[in-house]
Structures are given as structure tokens and as C-alpha cells.
Design a protein around this ligand. Sequence first.
Ligand code: 13P
Length: 254
Amino acid sequence: MRRPLIAGNWKMNLSRTQCVALARQIASGLSDSPAVDVAVFPPAVYLDAVITANTGLKVGAQNVNENADGAFTGEVSCSMLQDLHASAVILGHSERRNLMGETSEQVNRKILAALKAGLTPIVCVGELLEQRQAGQTDQVVLEQCRISLAGLSAEQMQQTVIAYEPVWAIGTGQVATPAQAEEVHASIRQWLAKSFSPTTAAQVRILYGGSVKADNAGELLSQENIDGALVGGASLKAESFLGIIHATKAEKVA
Ligand code: 13P
């Protein structure tokens, strides 16, 4: 069975004190054996503070550079994240693809570097509104998967998490319907079965992201191929983030 994962992408928000306080509040709202993996992704400069607060939450970065070291001003390497004991990294988020011009080829190099460093990559894919309206959703998403996940072994694929985040649903309050999300998740899983193996496809966690809130999480998570959520805005408050975790438990850990 796939263990559900609820991940909070804090993006470029909060202060150092607020990050540590939020991680503590989230951790204290979880039971001892939560049955749901919970991870938070603070801004890079606050990773150390959140990790050393020792809350028991998994803590990861929002991006990483694919190179081992060298003249890459302003960038952070996988070994630096390892050094901090970060456990995961979000890669290919639509804000990086669309605002920073990150390509699937670059995302692929980052995934391979992260896996080599023992970091769990959470790889984001998703279509723009005009691509959905033009009936290109599957084509766009599967092409992003094909290029971003090229060259991974089945074992590496099993260690990787995919997040389907339709760009039109991010930060807009316009969440995908459970049926819309499930359709894309099922396509991704079929693609994984064909490209890797049915066993691998059955093991990979596919998260949904885009305007997930405590009051819509249950219905989304009730879908067979939705294994968790990547949450932006609603992860910035312990109450709403915990609400999503509790809704997940109710659906997936009956
Ligand atoms: P929102 O939950 O704010 O729509 O953001 C989703 C997201 O981009 C998570 O990575």
C-alpha cells in the first residue's frame, strides 16, 4: 500500500521564528504514529533552523542546483542539503518552470543529482489553463514526466514522488475537481506501468497540488490514485494544514 504524504510548500513566506513555530505547532498536532507522512518545505535559509528544531517532521528544500559545486552564484547543492540533514526536495515546481524558465531537461538533471545524494525528489508536473482548454492536458503532463524522469532505474523511480499541480489551480482557489485530478493521476500511473513496470507504478506516490484546503482534501484524497497533497497557502497555518492531514487519515487510513 502507498503511504499517504502531505507536504507543505511554504514558498517565499514566513520569518525564521515563524517557520520554527509553525513546524512545532504542526508536529504537536500529530499523533505519535500518524500513518501519514508529513513533510514541510521552508525557504532554504531557514532549513537549518527548522531541521535543528527536531520536530520529527520531514523537512526538505524547494529547489536545488544540479551541479556538485563551483561557480553558481546564489545556488545551493545537494551535498549542502545533505549536510543540513534535509530529506527531500521539490523539483520542477510550475513557479520555477514558468517564472525562472526551468526546463524538463534541467529538472531531470536535478532529480538524478538528488537521488544520488539520497534526497527524495518531489517532481511537479502540470498543464496551463490554455493547454487544458485545448485538450492537451495528458500530452503536456506525460511529456513533462517522460523528459523529467528519463534515465531513472525502477528502483530510483520508486523513491521518487510525483506531484500533479495544474497551473490554473495554484494559488487561485480554483481547485481541480476530484474527477479531473483522478483522470490525470490515473494517466500518470498508466504511463509509469508502461515506462517502468506495473509493480513500480503501484508503488509511486502521486500527490495532487493546487488550492487544496481542509474542506476539499477529503474528496480529493478519496480518489484511488491520489496519494497525498502538495499544499501551498493552506500549509502556512497549522490549523488548516492539520485539517488536511486529518482529512487524509479519514480517507486513506480507515
Ligand atoms: P496553493 O495550495 O496555494 O494553491 O499552492 C499549491 C502549490 O503550488 C504547492 O506546491
